[in-house]
Design a protein around this ligand. Structure first.
Ligand SMILES: NC(=O)c1ccc[n+]([C@@H]2O[C@H](COP(=O)([O-])OP(=O)(O)OC[C@H]3O[C@@H](n4cnc5c(N)ncnc54)[C@H](O)[C@@H]3O)[C@@H](O)[C@H]2O)c1
Length: 367
C-alpha cells in the first residue's frame, strides 16, 4: 500500500499540528511538498519535518508535483482561492475550519468537486473521537430516546494581543468572531449529533475586545427532531470550557473539555428506570480514540483509498456554516432565522457580516 502523498499550504501554527498528526499515522501518508508566502516559515517547517518540495506559491507547487491531497492551513480569507485552485487541477483538498468566509464561497468550492473526486473536506476534528461516534450510534439506534434539551457552550479566552495577528478579528480575513472561529467546533459536533436545525434566534455583541467582529454570541437553536439547544460562543471567559450537554428521554450525556477530549471527558446519567440498558449500551460501543486531527486524518485517508468522499463532507460543512450565518443574521435582524432565509438572496450568504451584522444596520425585511 503506497502512502497518500500530501501537500500543505500554509506552514504556521496549525500546519505543525497537521504534520505531527500525519506522522502518527505511520506509513499511511507522507508530506511531499509545502507552500507558504513567508519564506522563513516555509524553510523552518520543511526543515523540521523533512519535506523536500518547497514552493513560494501554490501554483508553482501544483505545476511541479501531483499530491493526492492538499491540506489548506492558511488563514480563512485564502481558503476558497487555494481550494478552488486545487479542485480545478483535479486534486482533493482538506481545508481547515472555517472552510470559507461565506456560504457563497463554500458553495462555489463544493460545486468544483467531481462525483468520483476531486473532493472537498473540512477539518472538524471533534466528530472523530470515539465518545462522539458512540453517542451518535446510540442516538441512531434509539437507545436514549428523543433528544429534548441541549447546551453547547464555547467559553474560551483570547486577550487583546491575540487579535494583533493582522488576519484576526476581521470579517474580510477571518469571516467572524468566536461564532465563526471558535464555537464552530462545538456547533459542528452539536449538528453531527442532533441533525438538521430549523430555526435560530440569537444576539451578538462586542463586549470587551477591539475587533471588527463580535466577541460574544448567544443563541437558541431548534432542531427538526424538536430538540432545542442553548448555544454560547465567547472569547471573554477566563475559566475556559467547551461544554456540550444532551438531555434525552432516557439519559443526560455531557462532554466537558477545552480543545480536545478523551473518554474521561464524557459523563452519562441514566434517567430513573433506564440504568441497566443505557449503561450497558454506553459501555458496549467504540472506545479509546481521542478527538483530534490524527483521528480525522485516519478517516480521510481511508475514504480516499476507497474512492469515496472524505469526511467532513461539503454537505455537512454547509449545514454548520448555515448555522453560523443564521446566528449572525438573527442577531442583526432581531428575529428568528431558518436555513431557508439564508439562500443566495440573503446578504448573509455573501458574507457573515451581512454587510454589518454587529452594527445591526439591516432590518428583518433585508434578510
Ligand atoms: N482545527 C483546529 O483546531 C484549528 C486550530 C487553530 C487554527 N485553525 C485554523 O487553521 C487556519 C490557520 O491558522 P493558524 O493559527 O495556523 O494561522 P498562522 O497565521 O499561524 O499560519 C498561517 C500560515 O499561512 C501562511 N499563508 C497566508 N496566506 C497564504 C497563501 N495565500 N498561501 C500560502 N501560505 C499562506 C502564512 O504565512 C502563515 O505561515 C485557520 O483557518 C484557523 O482557523 C484550526
Amino acid at each position: 500500500m503506497r502512502p497518500i502523498r500530501i501537500a500543505i499550504a500554509g506552514t504556521g501554527s496549525i500546519a505543525r499540528l497537521h504534520a505531527t498528526a500525519l506522522a502518527q499515522l505511520g506509513d499511511g501518508a507522507t508530506i511531499v511538498a509545502a507552500t507558504d508566502v513567508d519564506a522563513a516559515r516555509l524553510a523552518a517547517f520543511c526543515d523540521s519535518h523533512g519535506i523536500a518540495g518547497r514552493y513560494d506559491t501554490l501554483d508553482g507547487l501544483l505545476a511541479d508535483c501531483r499530491p493526492d491531497l492538499v491540506h489548506v492551513c492558511t488563514p480563512p480569507g485564502s481558503h476558497a482561492g487555494l481550494a478552488l485552485a486545487c479542485l480545478r487541477a483535479g486534486l482533493s483538498v482538506l481545508v481547515e475550519k472555517p472552510p470559507a468566509l461565506s456560504l457563497a464561497e463554500l458553495h462555489a468550492m463544493a460545486a468544483a468537486q467531481g462525483k468520483a473526486g476531486p473532493f472537498l473536506a473540512t477539518v472538524f476534528q471533534h466528530r472523530f473521537g470515539s465518545g462522539a461516534r458512540r453517542l451518535r450510534r446510540l442516538i441512531c439506534d434509539g437507545v436514549l430516546g428523543r433528544p429534548l434539551v441541549a447546551v453547547c457552550h464555547t467559553l474560551w479566552y483570547r486577550d487583546q494581543a491575540y487579535f494583533d495577528e493582522p488576519w484576526r478579528g476581521r470579517w474580510d480575513t477571518e469571516g467572524g468572531g468566536p461564532t465563526m472561529g471558535h464555537g464552530i467546533h462545538q456547533m459542528d459536533l452539536l449538528l453531527y449529533l442532533l441533525g438538521d436545525w430549523t430555526q435560530v434566534q440569537s444576539i451578538s455583541r462586542r463586549q470587551a475586545r477591539r475587533t471588527d467582529t463580535e466577541d460574544l454570541s448567544m443563541a437558541h437553536v431548534t432542531f427538526a427532531s424538536g430538540a432545542v439547544a442553548s448555544v454560547v460562543n465567547s472569547v471573554l471567559s477566563p475559566r475556559e470550557e467547551s461544554y456540550l450537554r444532551f438531555d434525552f428521554e432516557r439519559a443526560t450525556v455531557e462532554l466537558t473539555h477545552v480543545y480536545g477530549y478523551g473518554e474521561e471527558n464524557w459523563a452519562i446519567t441514566p434517567a430513573p428506570g433506564f440504568e441497566a440498558e443505557v449503561l450497558s449500551a454506553w459501555e458496549a460501543g467504540e472506545h479509546g480514540v481521542n478527538s483530534g486531527h490524527a483521528a480525522q486524518f485516519a478517516a480521510v485517508l481511508a475514504a480516499l483509498r476507497e474512492g469515496s468522499a472524505p469526511p467532513v463532507t461539503s454537505a455537512d460543512a454547509v449545514r454548520t456554516m448555515q448555522l453560523v450565518a443564521g446566528i449572525y443574521a438573527s442577531a442583526s435582524a432581531n428575529r428568528p432565522v431558518s436555513p431557508a432565509d439564508l439562500g443566495p438572496q440573503s446578504p448573509f450568504y455573501q458574507g457573515m457580516d451581512g454587510a454589518g451584522a454587529v452594527a445591526g444596520r439591516l432590518s428583518g425585511a433585508a434578510l
